[in-house]
Ligand binder design. Structure first.
Ligand code: MN3
Length: 216
């Protein structure tokens, strides 16, 4: 995860895309990327800042701390922080989970995550099949993640609305956004073809780096 994600505090800056808006064409279209980043993510960022503005005692807290300590937050902003802070956190993972430099067999089969995926799911292809089926099964709006548990096991994990895996103690490797705004303009209601397109731009390097961090 980029430093602007993990270590950021109030006032949260709008996360900068690590590639151009049209870089994921033809898989993820330019207009969707503009709306998704410039409007959806910006709205989450602005609303998170607005919720935190009256509470200077929270201004040195990281996003992860704010998400993982809801009981310490003023009750009036708990829901706003959960939804909008989660929206910021999840979208950073989502945008970083894609790259214009995708390769055919991510993550690298000889690296730690590739080996772990083979052991856990049988093969990268078998993992993709299971991940896609789970993504199709997710009802409503949310994300599908690959995470590690506290014991270091890989787990395909759905989260709903803007909830995050870290609240449940999981360490995230990557995610796909399954809200309709992530794909409806290009793929309409065809979530399956969106998932295939997402895999075509999947960022195996990001996944591998996160895995090495998670198992430290
Ligand atoms: Mn989204």
């Amino acid at each position: 995860m980029q430093k602007q994600g993990k270590c950021m505090t109030y006032e949260f800056a709008l996360f900068a895309l690590p590639y151009e808006y049209d870089a994921l064409e033809p898989h993820i279209d330019t207009l969707t990327m503009h709306l998704h980043h410039d409007r959806h993510l910006k709205t989450y960022t602005d609303k998170l800042n607005a919720a935190l503005a009256p509470f200077p005692e929270l201004h040195n807290r990281t996003l992860e701390w704010l998400l993982c300590n809801p009981d310490v937050l003023p009750p009036a902003i708990r829901t706003a922080v959960r939804n909008n802070g989660g929206g910021v956190y999840n979208h950073i993972y989502y945008f970083c989970s894609m790259t214009p430099h995708a390769t055919e067999t991510p993550p690298m089969p000889d690296c730690a995550l590739g080996i772990k995926i083979d052991r856990s799911f049988g093969s990268w292809e078998a993992f993709k099949k299971q991940f896609k089926a789970s993504a199709l099964d997710l009802f409503g709006s949310g994300y599908l993640w690959l995470v590690t548990s506290r014991r270091g096991q890989l787990k395909i994990l759905p989260t709903y609305n803007q909830d995050t895996p870290i609240v449940k103690g999981f360490c995230p490797l990557f995610c796909i956004d399954l809200w309709e705004h992530a794909y409806y303009l290009k793929h309409y209601n065809d979530r399956a073809s969106y998932i295939d397109d997402w895999f075509a731009v999947f960022n195996g390097t990001f996944a591998e780096r996160n895995y090495e961090h998670c198992i430290q």
